[in-house]
Design a protein around this ligand. Structure first.
Ligand code: ZN
Length: 294
């Protein structure tokens, strides 16, 4: 666990290629107790929080950014600790969230507070939190925005994930990210890339996410056989430090254009940042792909 501001912590830092999300913790120092933002995948709250001297039973609210399993699976463990925790999600992602959580025997978990408006306001302790509907990555994506010790802090879930195939919406994603840019947040607590600050870096990052979405879109809808698209995607991913994506895109580039010198150089640079286990996994996945293509 790391402290970001007084009362704001990152409880679980996400590493590249790890199958979970980052988890954030805000201490309201009031009757509202602790607030969690997302719950990660397979996170043992009881054990991990006690190790650092925090009582998980003081968690009273859980704000969910969206209903993908790597962000909501941990609701199972939380609900077992205390069934009175209030879980907040957008109406559009509530059902998938409940399906994922109730997959674990008869838990009878429900999303207690479902957002239906574009913006709803939540007052927890001394914090006023704007809860903003940002569809695009998923239909019920939510961002949470609050002033925390004089800094504007934004929790935005998976904006680095783009408009994914299942439930994503390319046009909605662009609009949502433009809205987030206008907030001019000082600190971005990202769903997978952890903490991004100061304000200029946050803007750069959100613009990068828009760009990567654009390339994904072009790559998928216009011409997946154009190696330039894949190289551009590799480059953007590398700049965003999403090294596994960057590596895959490099391999696709070389698959289509084996003499691409720029892609070869970029591949070497990515290798320096990526654990060998991830490279092995990508290679075996790519092996399948190249066999299918030939
Ligand atoms: Zn997601």
């Amino acid at each position: 666990m790391k402290q970001i501001r007084n009362n704001l912590f990152i409880l679980k830092e996400c590493k590249i290629g790890e199958l979970t999300s980052s988890i954030y913790l805000l201490n309201t120092e009031s009757e509202d107790g602790l607030i969690l933002i997302d719950t990660g995948f397979n996170f043992e709250f009881e054990r991990e929080m006690k190790q650092i001297g925090i009582n998980p039973r003081n968690i009273k609210h859980c704000l969910i950014t969206h209903g993908h399993y790597d962000h909501v699976d941990g609701c199972k463990a939380l609900f077992k600790i205390n069934t009175k925790i209030r879980f907040y999600a957008h109406q559009e992602d509530s059902e998938t969230t409940e399906l994922i959580v109730n997959n674990d025997k008869n838990l009878n978990f429900t999303v207690t507070d479902r957002f239906k408006e574009k913006i709803s306001n939540l007052k927890l302790g001394k914090y006023s939190i704007s809860c903003i509907h940002i569809p695009g990555h998923s239909p019920g994506g939510m961002a949470y925005f609050s002033k925390i010790e004089n800094k504007d802090v934004l929790f935005a879930g998976d904006i680095c994930g783009g408009a994914v195939k299942n439930g994503g919406d390319y046009e909605a994603f662009k609009k949502s990210l433009q809205e987030l840019l206008e907030l001019k947040a000082d600190i971005l607590c990202d769903g997978h890339m952890n903490i991004i600050q100061p304000s200029e870096e946050v803007s750069k990052y959100i613009e990068g996410c828009l760009e990567i979405n654009e390339y994904l879109h072009i790559g998928i809808d216009i011409d997946p056989n154009d190696s330039t698209n894949w190289y551009n995607l590799a480059l953007v991913s590398y700049q965003l430090k999403i090294y596994d994506n960057a590596y895959k895109a490099c391999l696709y580039t070389l698959h289509l254009d084996e003499n691409n010198l720029k892609a070869k150089q970029l591949r070497k640079r990515i290798l320096k940042h990526t654990p060998s286990k991830i490279i092995e996994d990508i290679m075996s996945e790519f092996g399948e792909y190249s066999r299918l293509e030939k």
